[in-house]
Design a protein around this ligand. Structure first.
Ligand code: AMP
Ligand code: GLY
Length: 420
């Protein structure tokens, strides 16, 4: 079977790497892809926003499955248009992708289905937002309603900060926002495959969202991750599945917009049990890199069964019990304006040690690999415990020559501190 993978990041490199190992794969194509993805797929010059061009490509190349990696094409309805042509898609359609695309939509669904989450108010104007702040204590969380690449959230510790966040948000015409109660606890991510009805647990991970060591500085898309996340114990995972994931899948089906694909639940483990912070409608980046490193089942099989509604009765997924850990190397300046064009060398040496280097913001420039975006590489290792995986990942990083790049030196610190 021929497969078309949409996307160009480290997540998609990890997906391409695993799809390429499938017994059932004919040819793998990727659009737009990157030099790392090109090791496993033929790159297609296709703009994922041009749905007609994508469909035409699918027909010409006998594509039997389209895998949509990032959220933007999902929220844009690419999946709906491809499905309408009879081609299976891994990833939800536009209506179901609202679980990620609209925070207000998700909060309303949680309220209807009694899903544990932070108390909230939806607001559509600056004055409405300022007035709603009075109903919340401090800290308080102010969120833009739509996709914001991890940048639309302010956790305000003072009234002034909260008011400034509301004012900033409504400086944009047509803005909508959610104001939320602050949840105290540790964050963990839970991934679940669902075909709209049945679910299959895909494991847990923890991300490091802040740019600086010790989880300081501005938010990013993610500077590193590991899987599994032992803080999400089997009991807490069961509770999150029963109280959060299953009621969501059922509520989406009842609302006539069944969610098919991977549901990524961002959880806060509070003193009152797991509560939903947010949903994403796709794999996390860089969480996907560690999940794919541990996955032992055939990814193409799983994605097809998800897309075609065959998850009921499937055996639980097989994962390595080991810990995978990934460290993101970003271009200096990220998450602000990254310095692009810097040369990258040493990937082969790092991989010779047993690590795997997933590429995100890279491109070839006159035959040399250079940085082309904020997050550039995800250097990934797997070991019998998190300390071993961490040591191996950083040993591999020592062999990578990327003078205009940087990384956090403490990925996994919370869990490593706990195991000591
Ligand atoms: P989100 O984009 O909704 O995942 O929010 C980004 C980050 O903001 C989360 O990963 C949390 O660290 C933080 N956050 C969001 N909502 C809350 C909340 N209600 N309480 C505490 N922290 C939150
Ligand atoms: N690493 C967080 C995300 O992909 O949303």
């Amino acid at each position: 079977m021929n497969v078309l993978l949409i996307g160009s990041g480290g997540r998609e490199h990890a997906l391409a790497w695993r799809l390429a190992q499938s017994q059932r794969l004919g040819k793998l194509y990727a659009a737009p892809g990157n030099p790392g993805i090109a090791q496993h797929a033929e790159l297609a010059e296709l703009d994922p926003a041009d749905h007609r061009a994508v469909i035409y490509f699918c027909h010409r190349h006998s594509i039997g499955l389209v895998v949509i990696g990032p959220e933007a094409p999902l929220v844009d309805g690419l999946g709906d248009n491809i499905r309408a042509m009879g081609i299976p898609v891994f990833g939800p359609n536009k209506a179901a992708a609202q679980l990620e695309g609209s925070k207000g939509f998700t909060k309303d669904l949680c309220r209807r289905a009694s899903i544990p989450t932070a108390g909230y108010a939806r607001v559509t104007s600056r004055d409405g937002g300022l007035a709603a702040l009075a109903d919340f204590g401090l800290p308080v969380v102010v969120k833009a309603d739509g996709l914001a690449a991890g940048k639309g959230v302010t956790v305000a510790t003072t009234q002034e900060e909260a008011e400034a966040a509301v004012t900033d948000l409504f400086a944009v015409a047509g803005a909508e926002a959610v104001i939320e109660e602050f949840l105290d606890g540790e964050e963990a991510s839970l991934f679940v495959l669902t075909d709209g009805e049945a679910i299959l647990t895909f494991g847990s991970a923890q991300d490091h969202k802040r740019v600086g060591e010790g989880d300081t500085g501005p938010n990013t898309g993610g500077m590193g991750a590991y899987s599994p996340a032992p803080v999400l114990t089997p009991e807490l995972e069961r509770q999150a599945i029963d109280e959060i994931v299953l009621p969501t899948v059922a509520a989406m089906k009842a609302a006539g917009m069944p969610f098919s694909g991977v549901l990524f639940a961002g959880l806060m483990l509070t003193a009152d049990g797991p509560k939903l912070i947010e949903y994403n409608a796709r794999f996390g980046d860089p969480e996907c890199q560690v999940l794919m490193t541990r996955l032992e089942d055939d990814l193409l099989d799983l994605m097809l069964d998800t897309a075609e509604g065959r998850l009921a009765g499937r055996a639980p997924l097989r994962f390595s019990p080991d810990t995978a850990l990934t460290v993101v190397m970003a271009a200096k300046g990220y998450p602000g304006t990254p310095e692009t064009g810097g040369a990258i060398a040493g990937i082969d040496a790092a991989e010779a040690l047993g690590a795997r280097v997933f590429q995100a913001g890279t491109r070839f420039d006159h035959g040399r690999l250079v940085a082309s975006g904020g997050r550039v590489l995800a250097v990934t290792a797997i070991g019998s415990d998190i300390a071993t995986a961490q040591a191996d990942a950083y040993q591999a990083i020592d062999l990578i020559d990327f003078p205009t790049g940087f990384c956090r030196k403490d990925i996994g610190w919370r869990e490593i501190a706990r195991t000591r």
